[in-house]
Design a protein around this ligand. Structure first.
Ligand code: SF4
Length: 193
């Protein structure tokens, strides 16, 4: 099978539990949702075979691979995850939780979008980290989702003053709900990809 890959690159994970960790990002093209704040241009793509992807990741000394998008579960399959494992990689996926995942994912980051867009009903009920995007509106905390770690991440609105207000509000909320941690998009803060 071929995969529609928007971009593949190595950088530091900017968000959530593995923030600051070197990772190979495989960004798949396409998403089944249309969130109003989506900041990812996932429409363009290059067609890559499994061998093309493995050829890239095998050249990188980094072990941590993040399957992201768009919505990676629309394309990533067991063959890809198996191939990455055979290459000695550890495979994480960032998903909106609306679609079944391939087998063998080592780390699941679930970022539900139910509060923001219709058609985002969750199929996933368990994850390693739950990441909620804070837009300044009342938000669901998904108590029925089994998650080892819970993060609240202020939305990047593109407006500096608004972003700063959202960070302050999210930080204040985490202080009152200490089972939640603040996630900042550090790749944007330090100006890397
Ligand atoms: S689920 Fe993620 S990638 Fe898809 S539209 Fe929403 S924010 Fe963008």
């Amino acid at each position: 099978m071929d995969y529609r890959v928007n971009e593949i690159f190595t950088s530091l994970q900017g968000e959530g539990f593995h923030s600051g960790t070197a990772a190979i990002f495989i960004r798949f093209s396409g998403c089944n949702l249309r969130c109003p704040f989506c900041d990812t241009d996932f429409s363009a793509f290059t067609t890559m075979s499994l061998e093309d992807i493995l050829s890239f990741v095998e050249r990188e000394p980094v072990r941590f691979v993040v399957l992201t998008g768009g919505e990676p579960s629309l394309q990533a399959d067991d063959a890809l995850v198996d191939g990455l494992h055979r290459a000695g990689k550890w495979v994480a996926m960032e998903t909106n939780g609306t679609h079944a995942l391939p087998n063998g994912i080592d780390w699941i980051t679930l970022s539900p979008k139910n509060d923001h867009v219709s058609g985002a009903e969750l199929r996933l009920k368990e994850c390693d980290e739950l990441k909620i995007v804070y837009t300044g509106e009342t938000f669901s905390t998904f108590p029925d989702i089994s998650a080892t770690h819970r993060f609240l991440q202020p939305c990047d609105t593109g407006n500096r003053a608004r972003n700063e207000a959202l960070v302050r509000e999210a930080a204040a909320w985490c202080l009152k709900h200490p089972e939640w941690r603040l996630s900042l998009q550090i790749h944007k803060i330090i100006g890397i990809r």
